[in-house]
Design a protein around this ligand. Structure first.
Ligand SMILES: CC(=O)SCCNC(=O)CCNC(=O)[C@H](O)C(C)(C)COP(=O)(O)OP(=O)(O)OC[C@H]1O[C@@H](n2cnc3c(N)ncnc32)[C@H](O)[C@@H]1OP(=O)(O)O
Length: 212
């Protein structure tokens, strides 16, 4: 059994800790968070022991470290820092998810309860495959992608760096979603989506451009 340091003690941090414990691989977790009010508190039975930057001085005290922060770009930056610093950054797969043995999940990615990842799909580092979402066959999700609860991604879809597929949206097969874009909750995407845009509606259309 291993120990796990989790960067981020918010709602997503709780879910990540729960997932890690459910795997049966960890017997102890602790959190780091930059919210001063959280430091010293207990979050689902486990302590918040310092600020995010404290991961450096804790090296050697935990077997592995994981980033549980919702901001897609920041999450990947921290995964990369942990890797450079020599931490082992796992991928966390909830035991009640299905991840095809013919898929590849890169480090720092969490696959939560009820999620499905089908054969031939690759999920980049620092991604979130959230509760009861699905990513079908032969998809390529780049780094820092968040597939929110209940979202459905058809086969052979590509999603660029840091894009956020919101709650309950559906992405038709063969579509390309650009980098740093947001697909709003409940959208149905049937055509390619540019980089740096918010798309919403059924069928989804570009609503606004986002800062890069
Ligand atoms: C476990 C967890 O909780 S994980 C987190 C899950 N959370 C989510 O998935 C977030 C869901 N939230 C959304 O989808 C929100 O609508 C967001 C994040 C996309 C809104 O983003 P914002 O940048 O604030 O969008 P904003 O409010 O400026 O809307 C821009 C336009 O898009 C439209 N729009 C935004 N969201 C939607 C939507 N879901 N459906 C239809 N239209 C929408 C707005 O009406 C507006 O249209 P208009 O310009 O014609 O008036």
């Amino acid at each position: 059994m291993k120990t796990l340091l989790i960067l981020g003690a918010g709602g997503h941090g709780k879910v990540v800790a729960d997932c890690a414990l459910e795997t049966g691989l960890y017997h102890k977790v602790a959190f780091l968070d930059d919210d001063a009010a959280k430091v010293g508190e207990i979050v689902i039975d486990y302590p918040v022991i310092g600020k995010l930057c404290n991961f450096e001085k804790l090296k050697g005290e935990y077997d592995e470290a994981f980033v549980a922060i919702g901001n897609n770009r920041l999450r990947v930056e921290l995964v990369d820092k942990l890797n450079r610093f020599g931490y082992n950054v796992p991928c966390l797969i909830h035991p009640f998810s299905f991840v095809s043995k013919f898929s590849v999940i890169e480090c720092g990615t969490v696959v939560l309860a009820g999620a499905v990842i089908n054969a031939g799909t690759r999920v980049g580092r620092g991604s979130i495959i959230n509760t009861c979402s699905s990513v079908d066959h032969d998809c390529l999700l780049s780094k820092g992608v968040h597939i929110s609860p209940g979202a459905r991604v058809g086969g052979t879809v590509t999603v660029g760096d840091y894009s956020w597929i919101c709650l309950g949206s559906s992405i038709a097969n063969n579509v390309h979603i650009g980098e740093n874009s947001i697909i709003a909750a409940g959208a149905a995407v049937i055509k390619d989506i540019d980089n740096n845009v918010l798309a919403a509606g059924v069928p989804a259309v570009t609503k606004k451009r986002l800062r890069q």
